[in-house]
Design a protein around this ligand. Structure first.
Ligand SMILES: [Ca+2]
Ligand SMILES: [Ca+2]
Ligand SMILES: [Ca+2]
Length: 280
């Protein structure tokens, strides 16, 4: 081995090992939403999910909803929320699960790549409209509620239920009224929204739906006589859906950290030798 190469080989090897270690932090994962409520129950619009560093707060209970939350809650439209997330979350990653609105037993999924689960994409926020409604939605108020860094040490899966009792919000943006609610036809109720952002502005605050969801709705004459609301009572359910997060790419193994330390040690040894060489 030539002397010059003998000097640089450990440095190259060290940098290579550092590169291997750094690359495995970019994780790929699959998000799956499974509708778990019983037949005849409420539906949900395509689920929006965003991965951020805790800086993105979807909403605050007791405060006005953003335009992004208003549009997904009233129309099931995630586009304004997507714009808001992109504008306020520099290294965020987001997407909306494809497919039509989900009703009981539906399964929807979407893959994401290149997530930094230890930092920039550590926390998950989600949002979806709940129908039948004017502006009901599911979503997390606490930006840090779903910490995905656990995937790096728990084998790579995380599951949680969403949307049952105490888990559905009224965005406070549209008056609850069967004349303008969405998906009436799917439930045999008359009237209903015919264009986006229809209905009367509520000028209210985001609040939990914690009793009969439909007791306060106006235009009750649009509901057939003797209508059975029981299947739509999501406040009697444990959950509307389940979100499963599954790592698709390899996670950093203990050996990888050993390689990282080995790489650092090699670089350190080369640096020391060079310093000693200069001093001599
Ligand atoms: Ca909040
Ligand atoms: Ca409302
Ligand atoms: Ca509105």
């Amino acid at each position: 081995m030539k002397p010059a190469f003998r000097r640089t080989a450990p440095l190259v090897a060290g940098l290579f090992l550092l590169g291997v270690s750094a690359s495995v932090h970019a994780a790929d994962l699959r998000v799956t939403f499974t509708h778990v409520s019983p037949a005849g129950s409420v539906g949900t619009s395509p689920l929006w999910v965003g991965f951020h560093n805790s800086s993105f707060d979807l909403f605050d209970a007791g405060s006005s909803a953003s335009l992004g939350v208003e549009r997904i809650s009233e129309d099931g439209n995630s586009a304004p929320l997507t714009t808001l997330f992109a504008a306020t979350t520099l290294s965020g990653i987001q997407g909306t699960l494809p497919g039509p609105p989900a009703f009981p037993e539906a399964v929807r999924s979407l893959d994401f790549t290149g997530l930094d689960l230890a930092g920039e994409n550590r926390y998950l926020s989600y949002a979806s409209m709940v129908v039948l409604s004017n502006d009901f939605f599911i979503g997390n108020d606490d930006a840090r509620e779903h910490d995905l860094s656990v995937l790096l040490s728990n084998g790579g899966t995380l599951s949680f239920f969403v949307g049952g009792n105490g888990e559905v919000w009224d965005a406070g943006t549209e008056v609850n009224d069967f004349a303008n609610s969405l998906a009436n036809g799917a439930f045999g109720i008359g009237g209903g929204q015919s264009t986006a952002n229809q209905g009367v502005n509520e000028h209210g605050f985001v609040r939990l739906v914690d009793s009969d969801p439909y007791a306060s709705f106006l235009s009750a004459h649009l509901v057939p006589a003797g209508y059975d609301f029981a299947p739509l009572q999501f406040t009697s359910l444990q959950a509307i859906g389940r979100i499963d997060i599954q790592l698709l790419a390899p996670v950093p193994e203990p050996e990888t950290y050993a390689m990282l330390l080995g790489g650092l040690a090699l670089i350190g040894a080369v640096s020391r030798r060079r310093l000693q060489g200069r001093a001599a």
